[in-house]
Design a protein around this ligand. Structure first.
Ligand code: AMP
Length: 218
């Protein structure tokens, strides 16, 4: 049972790392952002409430997020462990998780913190494109992640779109919100002896290797 938290600013590479680790070890990636976007696409009550916050780059209120994550951690595929991507984002969320949220949250093995400078975050976020059909992620500002033909998904041929909150203006606000509300979690988890800091600027394979060694140890 491996319970891992991925911590880092928007654009720090949590999602990419989680995708690679899921492919290698089968540990499910639980992204609160992805679940919220799915709720918006499905037109649920939660989606309607969350959208206004997300479009501005603000955090969705803790109460909504805690309900959502408790439901997700109760799914059978989370029984054998998970990687949390984008949760917790506040001290209150971290405390709820540590307080054995829905029986699924206790006993985090380690927290990987991707430390990435702000100018790089803005470059990555504003270059991010997603396939409208299969959600595969690309980056037009980085050759390693650029699609082979502009605007088209290599995997399925679907059209590529930009997330409404990935525009530069909203990205700036998301990073400010991160610095105010989420960055304190670095000290929180360092004090708990759980924090592993990785250089967010390094190549993805280095981070996958470092994380693989951690996973194989626990
Ligand atoms: P992400 O895909 O992780 O960048 O999240 C996109 C947006 O969803 C964030 O800017 C927030 O508005 C919202 N969100 C995702 N996860 C959380 C969370 N744990 N707490 C509050 N808001 C969240």
């Amino acid at each position: 049972m491996k319970k891992i938290i991925l911590l880092g600013a928007p654009g720090s590479g949590k999602g990419t790392l989680a995708e690679r680790i899921t492919a290698k070890y089968g540990i499910p990636q639980i992204s609160t952002g992805d679940i919220l976007r799915q709720n918006i696409a499905d037109g649920t009550e939660l989606g309607k409430k969350a959208k206004a916050y997300m479009d501005k780059g603000e955090l969705v209120p803790d109460a909504l997020i805690l309900d959502l994550i408790a439901g997700r951690l109760a799914q059978p595929d989370a029984n054998d462990g998970y990687m949390l991507d984008g949760f917790p984002r506040t001290i209150a969320q971290a405390e709820a998780l540590g307080g054995n949220l829905a029986e699924g949250g206790s006993g985090i093995d380690f927290v990987v913190y991707l430390n990435t400078p702000k100018d790089e975050l803005i470059k990555r976020i504003s270059g991010r494109r997603l396939c409208s059909a299969c959600s595969k992620s690309y980056n037009v500002n980085n050759n390693e992640f650029a699609p082979s033909s502009e605007g088209v998904c290599d995997a399925c041929g679907g059209g590529l779109i930009q997330r409404p909150d990935d525009t530069e203006a909203v990205a700036e606000n998301r990073i400010d919100v991160y610095n105010e509300q989420t960055l304190p979690l670095v000290e929180y988890y360092r004090n708990a002896g759980l924090l592993i800091e990785l250089d967010g600027m390094g190549p993805v394979y280095d981070k996958v290797d470092a994380m693989s060694r951690l996973i194989e140890k626990v």
